[in-house]
Ligand binder design. Sequence first.
Ligand code: ZN
Length: 509
Amino acid sequence: MSDSASTNSPLAYRIVIGLEVHVQLKTETKLFCRCSTRFGQSPNTQVCPVCLGLPGSLPVLNLHAIELAARAGEALHCELASFTKWDRKNYFYPDLPKGYQTSQFDLPICVGGYLDIPIRVPSDNAADAATLSENMVKRIRLVRAHLEEDAGKSMHDERAGRADTRIDLNRAGTPLLEIVSEPDLSSAEEAKDYLTELRLIMVYLGISDGNMQEGSLRADANVNLHIERDGKTIPTPIVEIKNLNSFRSVERAIDYEVERQYREFLRTGLAMGQSPKQTRGWDDVLGQTDLQREKEEAADYRYFPCPDLVPVQLTEQQREAAKHESQFTPDRYRNVLLHTHAVKETDAEILIQQGRDVVDYFLEMVRAGATPKRASAWMLQDVLRHLNDQRVPIDRYPIAAPKLAELLMAIEQGKVDTSQAKQALAKILDDPSIGVAAAIESLGIVRVDVSEMETLCRELLAENPDVVDKVKAGNTKAVAALVGQAKKRNRNADPRVLQEICLKMIASM
Ligand SMILES: [Zn+2]
């Protein structure tokens, strides 16, 4: 052990993370056969001679997988290969009975590219997590993205002292796009942000359902530290953490691994630098990583070109289609919400994270005449709450966007105030067949005439000279106190008209 390892002063270090994300493509059938990819079916009911690897069976490429991969490549700013081929990767586990995985080795379908994530600025308040800065992004470069087939699923059965393993091959042969980043990520939060945005892009563009519980998105994280000591930068061995299948596990596993590598470095010192790469598995229950094996290098997999599949050349038509279909990214919607409609950044992000259908609903309301500010407020307070309580997607929301817009416009036009509009909304939710006008009428709103409101304002101004002084001093917001009192005396009085009359009276005093 070296001397400096025993000192207590902490060493400065930089965290270096690269992610390999496996995205399950949203195809009806597997990559090289016509078996269904549906989730949750009885074990081994979605298999055929091709995905079972029976002798004499021949794979036939699913073209839709190529289209989806090209769409992802366009969205991630990759260069689409003009010529891409298939390779066999030796695979030693029983969940792929062929004994190899069909993948892409030296000529992947997508090369390079990048993904922008928000920059996190450390907060002054240590208790407060890092916050997002406005309009600033960090560019995470991509190495490549390639297509490959998924393996089956091993189920370990250890009940009653039995320790046998059963295999479900329904998933074997399902198309995956493996997206490999450069080691540009430097914290667990950044890794989570990257994964969140990547998932969102895949879902927005219909490339994947992004369902992490069902394994549609799995990440491996390559993590190490660059530690400063005695004026030198010493890298710790790279550790690959396998099969992280939730945002939470990605964050926890990286945090754990950073701690572990730092402690290990202090314990063993410089010699650490020479030990080989490791593969470690994340145990979500114990909250730790465990050594699985010393990492194989590519040579151990002995890739060789697949003799059964012809190389793929993307046609001009396929390229154009990919370009066209990759336009509607979350970032594009973000720009529309922030810059065209001036939605508050935090509100816009909530809408964006809900998915494309929710953003489309909002945009439809705005097109129908609702103001963006009111529309986003009602989306967040009423529509999303309803969806959340009822656990339904937006297409099951009982009120169409133009109808909700009509209700919001009734507020703009002074026909109802906000609380009355909420009552009308409740009536429409109870019975979606009634129209907005009928719902408002059924509230029995009595229109208060202007002279009545003027009398009310005059009384209130006489009783509240302090408010009058404040407004005269330039604090026009102080008038809200009068409106509150007025509503108590006459609940049908329109607050906007009240406010207007009071301000006019004060101005002429
Ligand atoms: Zn099959």
